[in-house]
Design a binder for this molecule. Structure first.
Ligand code: NAD
Ligand code: ZN
Length: 353
């Protein structure tokens, strides 16, 4: 088991990492333990936890899966369950699932009775490499992404890459886009390694721990996103608008799929505003297109720009972007004209067959 120490919690990675959970649950530490799952992680991941060796029997709370349930109604259900079992301040919530579970569960725990402890056990590539660490928790509101939330850190994160075995391929690919992002914003040699990946089934501890290291370094320097943490928003200004628009349709994109499109558009903006070379733009565009074949967006540019204006990342009226200077170096707080944003979406659409 590899341990990444970070303030104020540790991250354990490896196929035996879950063993460490029992010592954290030592008798007397918590009055009641709750495990939050969705329908799929209940079916595929719960049995990996060896609940029988917990100091006391945990209560399982199960919610419906998917981004469209990352909302206040799901929180109410979770708070109701906690309340029904008389959860007190010394209760613990274990979030067993993807980013929807760790975001929603982390938020619910951190405000229930002004805050109870929670632990993350991510079960998707996206949550292992990104969402389960860093302390952002929250839910969507009126289908706008992550509008309600708090910064709150888990007591620990346990990552077992074997849990990915049951993850559907589409979900695995979606999670890969945050890994791509980590390479692009911070580390040319990591990006080169990522480009060498042919089959995502190879994804193991190494990739996940390098991604976490990159994210952690940035988050430790700026936990509350006053500045440098915005680096992590590359691809997310346009990506979140695309995701929000798609949540209003019958065929929503996954978070990582939307971010992949956002990264292509924002790489184009990087070329126009931030000095990214045309060779690197080509390199990024062709690699991302290989994993996420471009499909023409049915949403108008105007509508997407409207959604971008709702984003938390903005100050006043300007839409805020994190852009690439080169692969591995970024510039935060760029603003781009609406015309240029529209052009970047046309650039993406021009890649579609
Ligand atoms: N807090 C952060 O810093 C942060 C960072 C990145 C993304 N996010 C958020 O994360 C969310 C996306 O997370 P996600 O992609 O993990 O989505 P998710 O939690 O919806 O999981 C994806 C799907 O896979 C299923 N699943 C999960 N683990 C499984 C397993 N091991 N086997 C079989 N099925 C499994 C789930 O039930 C779900 O249907 C978005 O809401 C995004 O905004 C948060
Ligand atoms: Zn993301």
């Amino acid at each position: 088991v590899e341990t990444i120490r970070t303030e104020p919690y540790d991250i354990y990675i490896g196929s035996d990492s879950l063993g460490g959970l029992n010592s954290l649950l030592a008798k007397g530490k918590y009055t009641t333990v709750f495990i939050l799952t969705d329908q799929n992680t209940k079916k595929h991941c719960l049995r990996r936890l060896q609940i029988s060796s917990f100091a006391s029997r945990p209560f399982i709370i199960t919610i419906k899966s998917g981004e469209k349930n990352k909302n206040i109604r799901t929180c109410e259900k979770i708070w109701n369950e906690l309340s029904k079992q008389n959860a007190d301040r010394k209760s613990l919530l274990i979030n067993l699932g993807g980013g929807v579970i760790t975001d929603t569960g982390g938020f619910c725990a951190s405000v229930y009775k002004r805050g109870i402890d929670f632990i993350n056990i991510p079960t998707t590539l996206l949550a292992m490499a990104d969402a389960s660490v860093g302390g952002k928790t929250g839910i969507d509101f009126n289908l706008y992404k992550n509008q309600i939330g708090v910064f709150a850190f888990p007591k620990a994160v346990f990552i077992n890459p074997h849990l990915l075995k049951t993850l559907p391929k589409r979900e695995l690919v979606s999670g890969f886009s945050e890994v791509i992002k980590h390479g692009l914003i911070a580390d040319r040699s990591y990006w080169n390694a990522i480009k060498g990946i042919k089959d995502l089934k190879e994804t193991g501890s190494n990739l996940i721990s390098r991604s976490i290291e990159i994210k952690n370094k940035i988050v430790t320097d700026d936990p509350f996103e006053k500045g440098i943490r915005k680096t992590l928003n590359f691809g997310h200004t346009i990506g979140h608008a695309i995701e929000s628009a798609s949540l209003r349709t019958t065929k929503p994109l996954l978070h990582g799929e939307a971010i992949a499109i956002g990264m292509i558009c924002e790489a184009y903006l990087s070329r126009k505003c931030c000095g990214l070379s045309s060779d690197e733009l080509d390199e990024i565009t062709s690699f991302i297109s290989r994993f996420y074949p471009p499909k023409k967006s049915s949403v108008s540019e105007k509508k997407l720009i409207g959604l971008m204006k709702q984003d938390k990342k903005n100050r006043e009226d300007e839409i805020n972007f994190t852009l690439l200077r080169t692969v591995g170096t970024v510039e935060i707080n760029n603003s781009c004209s609406e015309d240029l944003i529209g052009e970047s979406i046309q650039f993406y659409n021009s890649l579609c067959q």
